[in-house]
Design a protein around this ligand. Structure first.
Ligand code: AGP
Length: 608
């Protein structure tokens, strides 16, 4: 996610803003910029790369100012570059933005027709010109209000104007924005760490609230101008905790960010009315979708688990044959992939060496490549024929959580798009599947409320010598993912198995000491999984069942039971994995492990 900081007060705004941007670096970014009132106008300095390059540019010009705004950009629209970096300017209006403007293309067309010239690929520049288009002789806040009435999407923005040198206007919708209250100085930021060294008194803005900040103070209103009385929160977090939004670890923060990550990734990518996924979001034409004879999928680790779920979905929904490989295996066999095939590459970082090698091998053999990736402008994204960006925001914890959920969502959307393009999925059925997706963030939120209960289960089993995870069908990959999460951050040995495999060997492992996590949603394999639970029980194993709220009987036959909301079988993996992420996290903490930076692991494995 992008980082925002704005300042009005008696200090040198340039220094305060640069310091604030440094405090936001942990959020991950690929470019940065600053804008401040200097004399008659507003100076804007931006660069691709890190804050230190930006600071060098500012320092060599000996720039200073009384108020201003700054930004660290995590690219979602438009590659990392100086032109795409924020702040963006239109005439005397300057803006920084965090979020996604869904209808930016239609707004852009209208603005171009009015004669506005664009210098970037970003949705943010569209918003800047739109505010200017409404500016006339209005106060800045009224121009911002008028512009936002035309906008669909998520935003946290800070806006300044040459005509109003002592004012910053901040507004948020679905993207956080907070106001810091100092002694005769005021801050606006995407996150508290940006100004924690100067103030701990914070106004947390709610959606569609606007803060108008001047040297005299802060006025908070709704978007239609009604005054809002805000309570001041005194933040007691340490700077380290503030970087994690009050969570102890990035991994926990990112687990709890999953509802927003899923919302952001689906935003603007399909229409419930038509029941259609915007195929162009995948960068491939309808004709290509119709001509594909077979889909290949390659990935590593957690991303490979997302790919396995994709296999189930593509074959079930789109009726297209799928072959899936771990990338390091694909690249060394002689795959029969060719021009009529689509290679789907799934990679959070876009830099995994084995995955890149497999992608290049497929391209060399003539296949079309589509990468599902979380990092704009990454190597995999640049080398693929088409890209579908997940919008989970930077994932700092080495163990992938929110990125995985958005990868699963992406293959779900792609399966629907393929199914519709190939006539395998009727529009009514497509609409139903999309409706299930719309309800998903709320169901993830509800699943997260089981955190304390899961912590109790972790306390019971954190000293176990090993775990087994069992799942069937589309949830078998979640058994693998749950086992990987536990291994990665608690260093306990854990195996994921197809539950039907128990009798072919693993059942020998079952005894009173062995916790067995069983994924038992109400689906077409439910009766089979009940038998597996009985098998484990009869040998004294300790079952930890994860099931749907409507499946109370599972809890009656299991030592431990975690319930998730009822959900369509195709989306069960998304809900079932969340308790497993929390279980692994709490066990890792109880074992004193570094859950954000586990031993021997890197966030992106850029070597073979
Ligand atoms: C997942 O928790 C691990 N960090 C690891 O398995 C990861 O998924 C794998 O290295 C692939 O990374 P990528 O998605 O960036 O390609």
């Amino acid at each position: 996610m992008c980082g925002i900081i704005g300042y009005i007060g008696g200090r040198n705004a340039v220094s305060v803003i640069l310091e604030g941007l440094r405090k936001l670096e942990y959020r991950g970014y690929d470019s940065a910029g600053i804008a401040f009132h200097a004399g008659a106008g507003i100076d804007v300095v931006r660069c691709k790369g890190k804050i230190k390059e930006l600071a060098a540019l500012v320092e060599e010009k000996h720039l200073s100012g009384a108020s201003g705004i700054g930004h660290t950009r995590w690219a979602t629209h438009g590659k990392p570059s100086e032109e795409n970096a924020h702040p963006h300017r239109s005439g005397g209006i300057v803006i920084v933005h965090n979020g996604i403007i869904e209808n930016y293309l239609s707004l852009k067309k209208g603005l171009i027709a009015k004669g506005y010239a664009f210098t970037s690929d970003t949705d943010t520049e569209v918003l800047c010109h739109l505010i200017r288009d409404h500016a006339d002789d209005r106060p800045l806040e009224d121009a911002v209000r008028a512009a936002l009435k035309e906008v669909k999407g998520s935003y946290a923005i800070a806006v300044i104007s040459e005509k109003d040198p002592n004012k910053i206007v901040g507004v948020r919708k679905d993207s956080p924005l907070v106001v810091g209250l100092g002694e005769g100085e005021f801050f606006v930021a995407s996150d508290v760490p940006a100004f924690l060294n100067y103030s701990r008194d914070v106004l947390f803005l709610n959606d569609e609230e606007m803060a108008v900040i001047t040297p005299e103070g802060v006025l908070v209103t709704t978007l239609d101008g009604s005054m809002v009385a805000k309570e001041v929160t005194s933040v007691t977090w340490s700077p380290a905790m503030a970087e994690k939004g009050g969570y102890r670890h990035f991994m926990l923060k990112e687990i709890f960010e999953q509802p927003r990550a899923v919302s952001d990734t689906m935003r603007g990518r399909f229409s419930l009315e038509t029941g259609e996924v915007n195929a162009e979001e995948f960068g491939l034409s309808l004709e290509v979708f119709q001509k594909i004879t077979k889909v290949y999928i390659v990935a590593c680790g957690t991303s490979w688990h997302a790919g396995m779920i994709g296999k189930y979905l593509f074959e079930e929904i789109a009726r297209v044959p799928v072959e899936i490989d771990i990338a390091s295996e694909f690249r060394y066999r002689r795959p029969l992939i060719g021009p009529d095939n689509l290679m789907i590459v799934i990679t959070q970082s876009g830099e995994t060496a084995d995955t890149l090698a497999a992608q290049r091998e497929a391209k060399k053999l003539g296949a079309r490549t589509l990468t599902i990736c979380n990092v704009v402008g990454s190597t995999s994204a640049r080398e693929a024929d088409a890209v579908f960006y997940t919008h989970s925001g930077p994932e700092i914890g080495v163990a992938s959580t929110k990125a995985f959920l958005t990868q699963v969502m992406s293959v779900y959307l792609l399966a629907i798009a393929l199914g519709r393009a190939r006539g395998a999925l009727a529009v009514a059925a497509s609409r139903e599947l999309l409706q299930e997706l719309v309800m998903l963030p709320g169901k993830i939120e509800k699943t997260l409320t089981a955190d304390e209960h899961i912590q109790g289960i972790a306390r019971r089993y954190f000293q176990a010598r090993g775990f087994i995870y069992l799942g069937r069908g589309i949830n078998f990959p979640i058994a693998l993912e749950g086992a990987l999460k536990l291994k990665e951050i608690s260093y306990i040995h854990a195996e994921g198995y197809p539950a039907g495999e128990m009798k072919h060997g693993p059942i020998a492992l079952i005894d009173e000491e062995l916790p067995v996590v069983v994924l038992a949603p109400r689906d077409n394999l439910y009766e089979k999984i009940i038998s597996n639970i009985q098998e484990v029980n009869s040998r004294g194993g300790k079952v930890i069942a994860v099931t749907n709220e409507s499946n109370g009987e599972v809890c009656e036959i299991s030592c431990n039971c975690i319930m998730v909301p009822d959900v369509h079988a195709y989306l069960a993996p998304v809900l079932l994995v969340v308790p497993l992420q929390l279980l692994a996290y709490h066990i890792g903490i109880l074992r004193g492990c570094d859950v954000d930076q586990p031993r021997n692991l890197a966030k992106s494995v850029t070597v073979e």
